[in-house]
Every structure is written in structure tokens, then in C-alpha cells.
Design a protein around this ligand. Structure first.
Ligand code: URA
Length: 360
């Protein structure tokens, strides 16, 4: 678009008209290059919040947000093999820590960009950082190097990736416009699309421990995210899963790493293991790496029973900065994981006394 009037675009959305792809791109580009004022962003977000975005507008918004910054690029021969997973967040949800290495052991590449905790749910990066030395902040060159050798990495977002999302999210947070399905979709899927993956599985949680309490809203979000992911050329599938009770038995960063290791060693709780297998099976199937989700589930399960997923986890920890001896100690079947995870020591003490809280 040659010359854009941002007030005219806000008026159009305020009046319940659909914005064109060019108009959405112009607005998001304006956010990225600071030519739109914060007050205008707030007004547009409120217009989008109150009048909702159509599926087409949501996909256009997602694409524009993805293109607002850098996108990752990979060797040509990896084409078709790049996959990832996203969860809307739940209590005790350590699935990514287990699934990324399990998928790598199945032969696909996983450039997982994860986040910090949101509200009461812990973030994957915070959990990994409880392993002494684990680096979540790496350059894209280093990321490529780790994926080349390990098959997966779990890292944080850089400022250059989807800068429009960072700005929009900060403004959504202070303008009561966070919980809109189109805006949530744009925010989540743009960051996954910037990874330039071929397939994506979404774990959309509902229930009293999730940010979406009812299954109908969760289903609507799942449909929107699947539509937007597919619209951007990513083979996307979603599972709706209950968050009415914590996942697994451990909640808290270091404890969740401990449960990750136990699960990778074949001693995990059934609910956690089953969810890892379900999500992995669907993903391998939609990525065309397994002839069916049933076969995909079998592939993921095998990597846990034969120890190859655990070996990838250990390799990833070393590649992301953990002292090799400590990584080996963390993953060895006969060592006490709490000797490597110092912050879990106090809780181990409570667990050994069969108490989860103590009075002083
Ligand atoms: N996570 C995100 O990254 N964005 C949202 O809008 C909600 C959850």
C-alpha cells in the first residue's frame, strides 16, 4: 500500500468491516517500524478484540507478524523434516522437554523456540535453566549447529524474531485485550512460523488449571490456530487436553526436570508419558514421517524404551552448555538427579519426609 492512514484502518475495524491482507500488513509493518503510535495500536487491538478477526484476517495477521522480523533458515536437505510442538500451558507440563529429544531420536529436526512462564504455568526455559549451565540464549548459527549434531534444541526467542508480537503483546497486556482468540493465534503461530518448520502439533489445554477454562473455547482456539498454521503452509494438528489436574506428579522447575529424566528413563507417570506419545504420534503422522498416528505413537514410545530419547536429551544438555560430566550424571540410571539439580535439594528433603510443604 502506497500511503496508509492508520486512523482509517482503525475506523474500518471499529465499524466491523473486514481488513484486507494489505491493510493488515501495513498496520503490522507500522508497528515494527514504529510509525504507528502506541495509542493507535491499543485502539486497533480493542477494535479487533470487540469485533473479532475472521479466519482470513487471522491468517493475514499471523503472516504479517511473522514477517515483521527475522525468520530462521535451514539447509535445503532438511526440507520436510522440521517439526515443532506448542502447548498453551498447564501446571506440571514438561512435555516439551521429553518430546523434543524423542522426536529427534525419530529422525526429525526440532528447532524449538520456547517461552517463560505465563500466569501460574511454568515456562519450558525456566525449567531447563534449573540444570546448572543450561544456556537458552543462543545465536541462530549455534542453533543450526546444535540441530545438525543433536537433532533438537530448546531456546528462547531473540528480539529480532516477530518484533511486532513483542510490541503488541506488551500493549495487549495493559489494554485488556489479551484473551482474544484471533490475537492469541497470531501471537503463538507467528513465532512458530518464523521457525520455518514443516509440521506443528498444538496441545490446547482446557480446565481449571489452564488459561482457557471451557472446552468449547479451547476448541475454537485450536481450530483457529490449525487454520492459521495450515494457511501459512505448516501441516498443523491440534489435540485438546484436560488440565483439571497437574500433569505428572512434579510441579516446579527443577522437579519437572527430575520427572523429565525419570520419564525418559522409562519410569515416568502414565498421564505424562501418554501425552508425549499422543502428541508425538500425531505430529509424525501429519509431518508424513509415519504412515499413521498409531505408527507415530509406536515410534515415539520406542525411543523412550530403547533409551535413544534419553541419549538425545543428554546430548542436547551438553550442546547447550551443561558440563558433560554433569549431563551424564543427570541422565545415568544409577545416579540421584537431585545431586545435579541443586535447587531441588530442599524439596527432595521434603519429599523424603513425605511432605510437600513444611512449617517453620
Ligand atoms: N502465548 C503467546 O505467545 N501469546 C499469547 O497471546 C498467548 C499465549
Amino acid at each position: 500500500m502506497s500511503s496508509v492512514s492508520f486512523p482509517a484502518l482503525i475506523t474500518k475495524k471499529r465499524n466491523k468491516e473486514e481488513l484486507s491482507r494489505d491493510e493488515i500488513e501495513a498496520f503490522v509493518n507500522g508497528i515494527a517500524n514504529n510509525s504507528v503510535q502506541d495509542s493507535q495500536i491499543g485502539a486497533m487491538l480493542m477494535a479487533m478484540y470487540l469485533n473479532d478477526l475472521t479466519m482470513r484476517e487471522t491468517t493475514d495477521l499471523t503472516r504479517a507478524m511473522m514477517n515483521s522480523g527475522d525468520t530462521l533458515s535451514w539447509p535445503e536437505e532438511w526440507k520436510g523434516n522440521l517439526v515443532d510442538k506448542h502447548s498453551t500451558g498447564g501446571v506440571g507440563d514438561k512435555v516439551s522437554l521429553i518430546l523434543a529429544p524423542a522426536l529427534a531420536a525419530c529422525g526429525v529436526k526440532v528447532p524449538m523456540i520456547s517461552g517463560r512462564g505465563l500466569e501460574h504455568t511454568g515456562g519450558t526455559l525456566d525449567k531447563l535453566e534449573s540444570i546448572p549451565g543450561f544456556q537458552v540464549s543462543v545465536t541462530s548459527e549455534k542453533m543450526l549447529d546444535i540441530i545438525e549434531t543433536v537433532g533438537c534444541c530448546i531456546v528462547g526467542q531473540t528480539k529480532k524474531l516477530c518484533p511486532a508480537d513483542s510490541k503488541m503483546y506488551a500493549i495487549r497486556d495493559v489494554t485488556a485485550t489479551v484473551d482474544n482468540l484471533g490475537l492469541i493465534t497470531g501471537s503463538i503461530i507467528s513465532k512458530k512460523a518464523a521457525e520455518k518448520i514443516d509440521a506443528l502439533v498444538l496441545d490446547v489445554k482446557f480446565g481449571n488449571g489452564a488459561f482457557l477454562k471451557d472446552i468449547d473455547t479451547a476448541r475454537k482456539l485450536a481450530r483457529m490456530m490449525v487454520g492459521s498454521g495450515n494457511g501459512l503452509g505448516i501441516n498443523t494438528v491440534s489435540l485438546l487436553t484436560s488440565m483439571n489436574s497437574p500433569l505428572g506428579k512434579m510441579v516446579g522447575n527443577a522437579l519437572e526436570v527430575a520427572e523429565t529424566v525419570w520419564t525418559l528413563q522409562g519410569n515416568g507417570p502414565d498421564d505424562l508419558l501418554n501425552l508425549v506419545i499422543e502428541l508425538g504420534g500425531e505430529l509424525l503422522s501429519v509431518a508424513g514421517k509415519a504412515p499413521s498416528s498409531e505408527e507415530g505413537r509406536r515410534m515415539v514410545k520406542d525411543t523412550i524404551s530403547d533409551g535413544t530419547a534419553l541419549a538425545r536429551f543428554c546430548h542436547m544438555a551438553k550442546a547447550q552448555g551443561v558440563d558433560p560430566a554433569k549431563a551424564d550424571a543427570l541422565c545415568a540410571p544409577d545416579t540421584d538427579v537431585f545431586s545435579v539439580l541443586p535447587r531441588a535439594g530442599a524439596i527432595k528433603e521434603l519429599l523424603s519426609r513425605n511432605r510437600l510443604c513444611d512449617r517453620y
